[in-house]
Design a protein around this ligand. Structure first.
Ligand SMILES: Cc1cc2nc3c(=O)[nH]c(=O)nc-3n(C[C@H](O)[C@H](O)[C@H](O)COP(=O)(O)OP(=O)(O)OC[C@H]3O[C@@H](n4cnc5c(N)ncnc54)[C@H](O)[C@@H]3O)c2cc1C
Length: 390
């Protein structure tokens, strides 16, 4: 089984690492939290349990232009556990390909995070855009996402090509910068402190090797954090609230004259009948049957959502137990499940129990409102890593 959250610390091999461990290296943040409220993991606080399928390709996302039946088809799918994260980045890669054609009218297939970002950037580059989609927010996989900014569960190490790495680096940097312009209530994007807990010294990951500047982290010495874990590091990341973010981007798309048509394409022939000469394929897992991509495989993920706790303003990832908590306005998100090859959208009881009881234990072992001294930053820099789930 390939997991997306374990093995981060370089110690939980032989599982393939699909999360990044980001090297320390950037600026230390001046702001510090002096206390951390506990998440109240109680059965009566569960408000929903949901599951979704990450569109995973071992060789990574596909952004490529093909000529089929007189049309130019630009593929932009297969983002695994980080489609929200990379959406603006691979959208930009797709736009780079689109502007090389003579066409300025485009069809975007799909209305998840990737399709929406692509449609919006095409508009910004002067294209007239129609989105064709079988489902809209809130009924897309993108609505299920956590959604922490972090390029994880994206590819397998032995399948990555140098060309993919180059695309990945460009997409990551672009997306990281673009999301910063969306921070605020309108898009539901905010910066939060993330704590990474593990029982092994964290190691360096591919992601942090190729874009180290995106992951400045601080290793917190024992006694300076409230967690029951041998290794704890902290990094600041963006948290995106899909139920706010996706409708806001869709609304921007309409405001700029975009059109949307609900249509379920059964096969490639029906796609080729579209009037637009340029088609951007952002169908996620839907690309498997439509474009016969045998590489695409689902990695099922499940979330248990608790009643919102506005006082909880940090997130955490336990690398040793494959668990994570993100504090959103629409609820406390508990997750950490990765079932490769599983197509069912039914939440599983065993995964639900593992996520619930795992978090219950994690927070029961945490010291409430423990002080984190200021010197924790400066003392500990030098090799800390952080890891993300998705
Ligand atoms: C539990 C879980 C947690 C996650 N956490 C994170 C996270 O923290 N951060 C992160 O960045 N990502 C996360 N992800 C991954 C993220 O959800 C996906 O990578 C992302 O949603 C993919 O976006 P997309 O737009 O490609 O696909 P989708 O959101 O699935 O959108 C695809 C669109 O194509 C349409 N479509 C498909 N087939 C057809 C067809 N035949 N005809 C017409 N339309 C079609 C669909 O209706 C839909 O509108 C998580 C996923 C899960 C399941």
């Amino acid at each position: 089984m390939k997991l997306g959250m374990m093995g981060l610390a370089g110690a939980v091999s032989p599982l393939k690492t699909r999360l990044y461990a980001a090297a320390l290296g950037g600026a230390s943040f001046g702001e510090d939290k002096t206390s951390l409220p506990k998440v109240r993991v109680l059965p009566e606080r569960i408000i929903r349990t949901v599951a979704g399928l990450r569109p995973f390709r071992p060789s990574g996302f596909l952004v490529r232009a093909d000529r089929i039946g007189g049309k130019v088809i630009v593929h932009n799918y297969g983002h695994g556990g980080c489609g929200v994260t990379l959406s603006w980045g691979t959208a930009q890669l797709s736009v780079d390909l689109a502007v090389k054609t003579q066409f300025r009218q485009a069809a975007v297939l799909g209305c998840g995070a990737v399709g929406l970002a692509t449609a919006r950037l095409l508009q910004d580059h002067g294209f007239r855009v129609t989105i064709y989609t079988k489902a809209l927010p809130p009924d897309t996989t993108s609505n299920i996402a956590g959604a922490l900014w972090g390029p994880v569960t994206l590819s397998d190490e032995d399948q990555r090509t140098p060309a993919f790495t180059e695309q990945f680096v460009r997409a990551c940097r672009f997306a990281h910068r673009y999301f910063q312009t969306l921070v605020g209530d309108r898009y539901g994007v905010k910066w939060i402190a993330m704590y990474f807990l593990g029982n092994h010294a964290p190691g360096q990951s591919w992601e942090s090797t190729v874009t180290p500047e995106l992951y400045p982290a601080t290793l917190l010495p024992a006694g300076t954090h409230p967690f029951n874990a041998q290794f704890v590091s902290r990094r600041y990341s963006m948290l995106i609230e899909p139920n706010t973010y996706l409708p806001a981007v869709l609304s921007d798309f309409y405001l700029r004259g975009g059109k949307l048509i609900v249509r379920n394409f059964q096969n490639l022939a029906s796609v080729l009948k579209l009037p637009e000469p340029l088609i951007i394929n952002c169908t996620g897992l839907g690309a498997k049957p439509l474009f016969r991509d045998e590489e695409l495989v689902p990695i099922k993920g499940q979330l248990t959502v608790l009643v919102p706790q506005p006082e909880v303003d940090y997130g955490l990832v336990s690398t040793s137990s494959d668990l994570y908590m993100f504090p959103r306005r629409d609820g406390i998100i508990l997750g950490g499940s990765h079932e490769e090859g599983e197509w069912s959208l039914e939440p599983s009881k065993s995964e639900g129990d593992r996520i619930f009881h795992g978090h219950q234990q994690l927070f029961s072992e945490m010291q409430a409102r423990s002080a984190i001294p200021d010197h924790a930053h400066s003392d500990a820099r030098g090799g800390a890593v952080s890891q993300l789930p998705a």
